[in-house]
Every structure is written in C-alpha cells, then in structure tokens.
Design a protein around this ligand. Structure first.
Ligand code: ADP
Ligand code: MG
Length: 300
C-alpha cells in the first residue's frame, strides 16, 4: 500500500518524511499543521449523541478499482469509534477520507459527502491544511522526527505560529506530553532524541505531536499493532482518557481492543459498512452474519 505523501501538511526539519513518503508506513506519523480552526457546535443526532463527522454515500476508487461502496457513518463527538473488519476491506481508505489524505494518492478518487461539524470537507473552499490541523492522524508505525523529544512536539506549533514565545511553546510541549501520558517518563531528557524511546513511548510521542496542534479529531490507524502488550495497554488507557477532549476514530484488527476502547463500532467488509452501532451491541448481539463471523474469529 502506498501511503500518501505528507509533504504538503508538515515536514520534519531534517526531511526524512519526504524521502520515505513514497514507500510504506514510515512516513505515516506526521503532526497535523495548524491554523486557527473555527470550532462550531456539531449537529445533534436523533438519538442525542452529537455527530462530529457525518459521511454519506462515500465511494472511493483507486484507478478503476472501487475500494469503498456507499459508506455512511456518523462519528460521534467525544467518543471512540472503532473501525473493524478483515484486511483490505477499506478501513484505512475510509479513515484517510476524513482528513483528505486520499487527496495525496494520485489514483484515488473520492465521492459522496463528508461533513465536519456540518461543513463539507470536500468543498472547494476548504483549506486542506487547516482541515488536517483539525483532524490529526496517528499511524501504525511510530516514527518520531530525528530530533529531540522536545522538538518533536514543538515543531508543529512553532512552524504554525501557535506559540507566542519560548515560554508559551514550552507550555504547549509540556501539556501535550502530559496529555499523551508521556511527560513523567521523559521530563528529565527532553533534549534526547525521540528515536531513542521505546516503541510504546514513541507512539505516545507521536500522539503528543498530534495533540500539540490542537486537533478536534484524532484518527488512529492500527496505532498499537507495532507495540507489545504492555505498551498497548498504556496507549489504550490513553485513548480512553483522550476521548474527554477529542473525537477519536481508531482502526484496529484486535476485537478485544475495539471492545475495550470504543463506544461505537463500524464493521467493514469488502468495501461496505455492513453494520454500525454501539460497541456493546455489535459485540454481544450483531445483526449481520458477517459481523458475527468476524468477531467470533471465523475469518479475518
Ligand atoms: P484495510 O485498511 O481495511 O486493510 P485498505 O483501505 O488499505 O484496507 O484497502 C482497501 C482496498 O484498496 C484494498 O483492495 C487495497 O488493495 C486498495 N488500496 C488501498 N490503498 C491503495 C493505494 N494507495 N493504491 C491502490 N489501491 C489501494
Ligand atoms: Mg489498513
């Protein structure tokens, strides 16, 4: 799979993201850029949970090949929505629609409606850089910039002028690392390279980097699949904590993880969303046979 070239959103100072952008997930972890995003209130749903991102009739093609068919999901505000389903069924494709990362894949074509707080994110007047600041993304493989821990987090806010000065920037870094559950572990070595941290710490650093630019939504594409069980548990706790402040969409192939961290689940199968709803209902009483088969491990 080709991951989109992130060059247009944010570049690390030493530039390795551009080098690796064309191959695999090494380029994936990228802090979202920043602008002063207007935050409007989300449209209420019939069942009372406010919707942050509404998608309808979403089709995605890679060249002639259709990867998503008529997808319609409501991503609820300040909840964790898990995207599950067998490999190749379109989970990453869908998550990349939500901050227009598919724009950077030349052969990808997206149609349908995706609204963030009621605003069509594919409308021509949408500033994609601003959109990606509001909808940040964390990928499977943690890849801190080849810079210090401090710089990894400070870089986005600095280049986007989010901090009024040095003290302000330091505060953003400390707050972001704290929110990412990493500050206590790294506070005495902020000048050490981010790449020297353990895998789990690196992933939390990447989460801190995403948080540093004040997103409203955080997309996570299998954020724990490169981590050991202890680091995974730590990130899962963090996700649960983050949902107080952010809307989270997580792709996971772990049914246990989906059940543990999410309140909503959408089941993808061959490019279709076959079932979507409250996680406890999906896991205890799925209506679709494909969901039942998948969560009971019959295929995947
Ligand atoms: P999942 O994340 O559920 O494993 P993907 O969204 O990665 O699924 O893939 C869905 C389908 O789209 C697959 O058939 C995959 O081969 C295809 N696909 C994904 N990314 C690309 C791409 N950059 N170019 C061409 N085809 C792609
Ligand atoms: Mg995927």
């Amino acid at each position: 799979m080709n991951n989109p070239d992130m060059a247009e959103t944010i570049l690390p100072p030493a530039g390795p993201v551009t080098e690796v952008a064309a191959n695999d997930s090494a380029a994936d972890n990228t802090a979202a850029p920043v602008t002063a995003a207007g935050k409007s209130s989300p449209a209420p749903m019939a069942d009372g949970d406010p919707v942050k991102i509404r998608s309808r009739n979403v089709d995605v093609f890679y060249g002639d090949k259709q990867a998503l068919f008529d997808v319609g999901i409501d991503i609820r505000e300040r909840m964790v929505t898990a995207l599950i389903g067998p490999s190749g069924c379109g989970k990453s494709t869908y998550i990349r629609c939500l901050n227009r990362m598919n724009d950077t894949i030349e052969i990808a074509r997206v149609s349908g409606l995706i609204e963030l707080d009621g605003q069509d994110i594919y409308s021509p007047d949408v500033d994609v850089v601003e959109l990606r600041a509001r909808v940040g993304i964390v990928f499977q493989k943690p890849n801190p910039f080849p810079k210090s821990i401090f710089e990894n987090v400070a870089y986005g806010p600095r280049i986007h002028g989010l901090a009024a000065g040095k003290t302000d920037l330091e505060e953003i870094v400390v707050t972001s690392l704290t929110r990412a559950g990493l500050f206590e572990e790294v506070k005495d070595r902020l000048e050490d390279p981010g790449t020297g941290l353990s895998g789990g710490q690196q992933q939390r650093l990447c989460i801190a980097r995403a948080i540093a630019v004040s997103p409203e939504v955080i997309l996570m594409d299998e954020p724990c699949s490169a981590l050991d069980p202890i680091a995974t548990a730590r990130v899962e706790e963090l996700i649960d904590d983050l949902r107080k402040n952010y809307t989270i969409v997580i792709v996971t192939h772990s049914m246990q993880q989906a059940a543990r961290v999410s309140q909503r689940t959408a089941m993808f199968h061959l490019g279709y969303v076959v079932e979507e709803g409250q996680t406890d209902v999906i896991f205890t009483n799925p209506t679709d046979k494909r969901t039942r088969d998948y969560i009971t491990g019959r295929y995947g």
